[in-house]
Design a protein around this ligand. Structure first.
Ligand SMILES: [Zn+2]
Length: 491
């Protein structure tokens, strides 16, 4: 699991950061804003921000700059497997659907365009695949129902700009309050009070209708795929319960999904009617879910969280997996290696145990064995550019010319399917450099800058590369594309 090195700070987020809906707004400003109003406002704001980001048709690079993305072959493959039958049932082709893992401990999941965004916190919270599958079904229903599109029309009809300005004004106010900038907060609140209450109410009513429609469609998809709606119900009940408690940390999913009692009650009736109500996830899928949670817990939450998450299964593979990752992360590679070997003997065909073994072996400077471990992972896993980059990195580390040559082609192949994986270009540049192909090395560096959004550096490097590349060759043409790229326009 790797955090992407993000060049730019979060500019716009799909959901407001937690400090934006802190409880102590009234302490910081003189504006008398009740907590309920704040939640309500953020509910709307979240919708607006989500919609705005959808219709900005942002490039993946831009999307990745706005949310803290983590990349992990294992978890992405798992979510893809959760989503695939649901997307089929919804009549949406699964081809080209991209899973985006957001490194955030709060519960959230949403679908935007062809991307499914899942917070790591949602996976950590969900005890079964069915809970996540239910949420995906609900989100896919919004997508299939064209809700994003209709919401935009609705906004247009209700004098979009005025409302958006008003709502963003409120958002600025609350955010400013949280960061203790009183004047800005006052200005934001001033904007808010001038807004159209009627428009706001109609927007909420509209959202409510959409939610009920999405619930019904989601249940249909689950029914068609022979799955229970219980997980969706559990998630929504938990959200409703949490909201009622008015806890400090309101999950973004909650703020974008009003959970009134009658909605939950209706959903419960429908879910319990299904003949699949009692059906549980296949044991193998349940185990994969727990392994993913073990990984997330060890990377993001620490030892106590791991023990808490797996208190019912203290001797199982997930705990061993978490232990192995922990040993690796905390500088005890030997112990990590012993644990990963235990994991592999329990599940020799689990590609991600071999991937972890490869990572550890790179760390202890045994690159040849690391390359073998990664080769096994690549062979066992569904196609994954991330694993190919890992494999290439290990071969590169051997420094042996034949392996370095293979590293260059494996890295190139991995980056072709994962062009936004900016860390990979550094290894590709090194591989070309070791092979004496300086033009290609500079082009790889230019690509890295380019996909990180550092266009100026990318152009400088592409121009340098071009001087060494054969005029008219595919590499030369690519360098030219980078040089001619205009940030505001399309390529
Ligand atoms: Zn919804």
């Amino acid at each position: 699991m790797r955090n992407l090195a993000l060049r730019k700070p979060c500019v716009m987020q799909f959901a407001p950061p937690s400090h934006c809906h802190d409880n102590d707004i009234s302490v910081r400003t003189t504006v008398n804003l009740t907590r309920f109003a704040a939640v309500l406002i953020f509910r709307i704001l979240t919708v607006i921000l989500t919609v705005a980001s959808m219709f900005a048709s942002a490039s993946p690079a831009a999307a990745q700059r706005s949310v803290p993305i983590v990349r992990d072959a294992e978890i992405e493959a798992l979510i893809a497997d959760y989503a695939k039958p649901i997307l089929q049932a919804a009549g949406l082709s699964q081809s080209g659907i991209e899973i985006v893992l957001v490194n955030d401990h709060r519960f959230n999941a949403f679908v935007a365009g062809r991307r499914i965004f899942i917070h790591t916190g949602a996976l950590l919270t969900a005890e079964t695949p069915n809970e996540i599958i239910g949420v995906i079904a609900h989100e896919v229903a919004h997508l299939a129902g064209g809700h994003q599109h209709r919401l935009r029309e609705q906004l247009a009809r209700a004098q979009t700009m005025a409302i958006v300005a008003t709502l963003l004004g409120i958002g600025a106010g609350v955010a400013a309050a949280a960061s203790n900038q009183g004047d800005l907060a006052q200005a934001g609140m001033g904007l808010a009070m001038g807004g159209s209450e009627a428009a706001r109410r109609s927007l909420l009513a509209y959202q409510r209708t959409e939610e009920i429609t999405a619930d019904r469609s989601a249940i249909e998809y689950l029914e068609r795929t022979g799955q229970s709606g219980r997980g969706m119900l559990i998630t929504f009940q938990r959200m409703a319960g949490d909201l009622a408690l008015a806890g400090v940390n309101v999950d973004p999913y909650q703020t974008s999904h009003p959970m009134p009692r009658d909605r939950i009650a209706n959903l419960e009736v429908l879910v319990k009617q299904s003949r699949f109500y009692d059906r549980v996830d296949a044991p193998a899928l349940q185990l994969r879910h727990e392994l993913a949670r073990a990984k997330i817990a060890s990377y993001t939450a620490g030892q106590n969280a791991i023990a808490r998450v797996f208190r019912k299964n203290p001797g199982g593979l997930p705990i061993l997996y978490a232990d192995a990752i922990n040993s690796y992360l905390h500088g005890n590679p030997r112990s990590a290696l012993a644990k990963v070997d235990q994991l592999i003997s329990a599940q020799p065909n689990n590609p991600y145990f071999h991937e972890l073994r490869g990572e550890i072996l790179i760390k202890v400077n045994r690159p040849r064995e690391a390359a073998e471990a990664y080769a096994t992972a690549v062979r066992l896993a569904p196609p994954s550019g991330l694993l190919q980059v890992g494999h290439g990195q290990a071969m590169l580390a051997t420094g042996q010319p034949d392996l370095v040559r293979r590293a260059a082609s494996e890295l190139k192949a991995g980056l072709t399917s994962e062009p936004e994986y900016v860390n990979g270009y550094r290894f590709l540049a090194q591989a070309y450099g070791q092979l004496g192909d300086i033009g290609s090395a500079e082009l790889a560096t230019a690509e890295g800058y380019f996909h990180a959004g550092a266009y100026r550096d990318a152009k400088v490097m592409a121009a340098r590369a071009q001087m060494k590349l054969k005029r008219g060759s595919p590499e030369w043409v690519r360098a030219q594309d980078i040089i001619e790229f205009r940030e505001t326009g399309r390529k």
